[in-house]
Design a binder for this molecule. Structure first.
Ligand code: AHR
Length: 535
């Protein structure tokens, strides 16, 4: 859409206001139209025994010279604490459906080494057999993960093996984690591993991608397994929240098939599902390199990231056929850009790459989409935390740095526990050409929330070269004062690495506040946050 056609569809009131002092974009926040509270679980994380995520990323070992807390990389813990409490999912991913939780308990030196699910994938084919990425030593098991969750103030979310293990094994894992001290042999084994008290794990994934690596099941077959795994599960007095293996992006057949099979057995069984796990990777574009890409590649990928909105609303609408009151929520427990691992910082970092501002924009677009649908999305987990897809950190040996995606999580934490508000973004699309065809991508999208008297607005601005003068109108309130920060770089390729760990970081931005209006000049290829104190 060009500027003229954009102006022609603006309501008359807005046009009059624009002519008083022109802006390129209008944002309208409706204080009296709450959507739902933004759960901190929406800013969630995911770690899998894959490449350099656990060994090198999270776990360095207690005897390491690298500063650590009980074997966990200290720099990672410190950085995670700074972005606030949320949730963390483990041990996979596809790995989860190959994992026997019993391998990861007991004295570390006597735990078995096991072929990793990912051992023969891509670059791991060429790493030595001794690499923990290829043959898992199981040093990082249940106790280590649950201690790590506690260290970073995150709710643990465990994913159970449904492809290779039984409902009984699942029940016993719950018993190992949640049974009271001294209650059973398994709670004694937990105590022997250093944790006498129960961990009280609430979130349990029942399989992962059961339509694919989790068993190649049909939706109907999976619904049978889900019923078996969740029937009469021991709770030890604390409610458990089961997350069922949901669809791969736009597979609405999977959503409908699962819920209709459950409801056919008994409509009340739908209530056994706390969360319906949607996975959506916007992938990559062009030649797939995370650092070497064209403007057109960037626009195409940002457009693909923006597809999340449609996936959420369409799966939600299928779910409403079986759950009119919408008790079951969506859990987007894998999302992110997935580039080729040509820029990985170590040979064993399968799916690793160095992320840029392009990935930060994808993080902003995704998190803002979840906020706008805070009534539907109960949890979301970026895949994956370190040395992987859409990663927040790069780590190799004693080297460590945060990525632009981390900076977005740090900016967005102010939405946590706020009330999401209906917000309308009016900005002309960005036009570009791909394969000789004209294309468009949205230029500005974001979300707003209110927490007490503080209003927080965040947005991703996709234009790669032009700034955007934006007016923000607050319907239903006035502003006393405002402040803003912006995340941007010299261009969309800007990134952090071990040599320049803070090349991309937030800086203060000018924002004018007057009555119920805010004005800001948004730089190209940026993520912004504006906070206003309401009168
Ligand atoms: O995040 C990498 C992999 O992507 C996960 O293991 C799997 O669930 C998905 O296909």
């Amino acid at each position: 859409m060009n500027r003229r056609s954009f102006l022609s569809i603006l309501p008359a009131g807005l046009l009059a206001a624009r002519s008083a002092r022109a802006a390129d974009a209008d944002v309208q926040i409706f204080l009296n139209e709450p959507i739902g509270p933004i759960s901190p679980l929406i800013h969630g994380h995911f770690i899998e025994h894959l490449g350099g995520v656990i060994y090198d990323g999270v776990w360095v070992g207690e005897d390491s010279k690298i500063p650590n807390i009980g074997g966990v990389r200290k720099a990672l813990v410190d950085a995670m604490r700074a972005i606030g409490p949320s949730v963390i999912r483990w041990p996979g991913g596809c790995f989860a459906d190959s994992y026997d939780w019993r391998d990861g308990i007991g004295p570390r030196a006597s735990r078995p080494r096991r072929r990793n699910f990912w051992a023969s994938e891509g670059r791991l084919k060429d790493v030595p057999e001794a690499s923990p990425a290829r043959n898992d030593p199981n040093w990082f098991g249940t106790n280590e993960f649950l201690r790590f969750s506690k260290l970073i103030d995150a709710e643990p979310y465990l994913a159970a093996n449904l492809r290779g293990m039984t409902a009984e094994d699942f029940n016993q894992w719950i018993e190992y984690c949640n049974s009271p001290a001294d209650a059973s042999t398994l709670s004694e084994r937990r105590a022997a591993n250093g944790d006498p008290g129960p961990f009280n794990v609430r979130y349990w994934g029942v399989g992962n991608e059961s339509w694919g690596c989790g068993g190649d099941l049909t939706a109907e077959e999976y619904s049978v397994e889900f019923r078996k795994f969740t029937a009469w599960t021991p709770t030890y007095g604390k409610p458990l929240s089961f997350i069922a293996s949901g669809p791969d992006s736009g597979n609405y057949k999977w959503s409908r098939g699962f819920f209709s099979a459950l409801a056919e057995k008994n409509p009340n069984l739908v209530n056994r599902v706390w969360g319906w796990a949607l996975h959506y990777y916007c992938g990559t574009t062009g030649k797939g390199d995370s650092l070497d890409f064209t403007s057109e590649d960037a626009y195409e990928l940002l457009d693909k990231a923006n597809r999340m909105e449609d996936l959420i609303t369409r799966h939600w609408s299928v779910m409403s056929e079986f759950d009119r009151e919408h008790r079951v929520k969506l859990v987007v427990d894998e999302w992110g850009a997935w580039h080729h691992d040509t820029t990985a910082v170590a040979p064993h970092h399968l799916f690793g790459s160095v992320p840029t501002m392009r990935d930060a924009l994808i993080a902003g677009i995704s998190l803002d989409t979840f906020h706008r649908h805070a009534d539907k999305v109960a949890m979301a987990n970026a895949a994956q935390l370190v040395n992987c897809i859409q990663t927040l950190f790069l780590a190799n040996g004693d080297k460590f740095c945060v990525t632009p995606t981390y900076e977005v999580f740090a900016m967005y934490k102010d939405h946590n526990n706020g009330q999401s508000l209906r917000t309308v973004f009016g900005a002309p699309d960005v036009s570009y050409t791909l394969d000789a065809k004209p294309r468009q991508v949205m230029r500005l999208a974001g979300s707003a929330s209110r927490n007490g008297n503080v209003l927080t607005l965040t947005a991703a601005h996709t234009h790669l070269t032009d700034p955007l003068d934006t007016v923000i109108r607050i319907s239903g309130g006035t502003v006393k004062s405002a402040r803003a920060v912006v995340l941007t770089g010299p261009d969309i390729h800007a990134h952090n690495d071990f040599a320049q760990p803070h090349a991309v970081k937030t800086s203060p931005a000018q924002v004018e506040a007057s009555g119920s209006e805010l004005r800001i000049h948004i730089p190209p290829a940026s993520v912004i946050k504006i906070q206003a104190d309401l009168a």
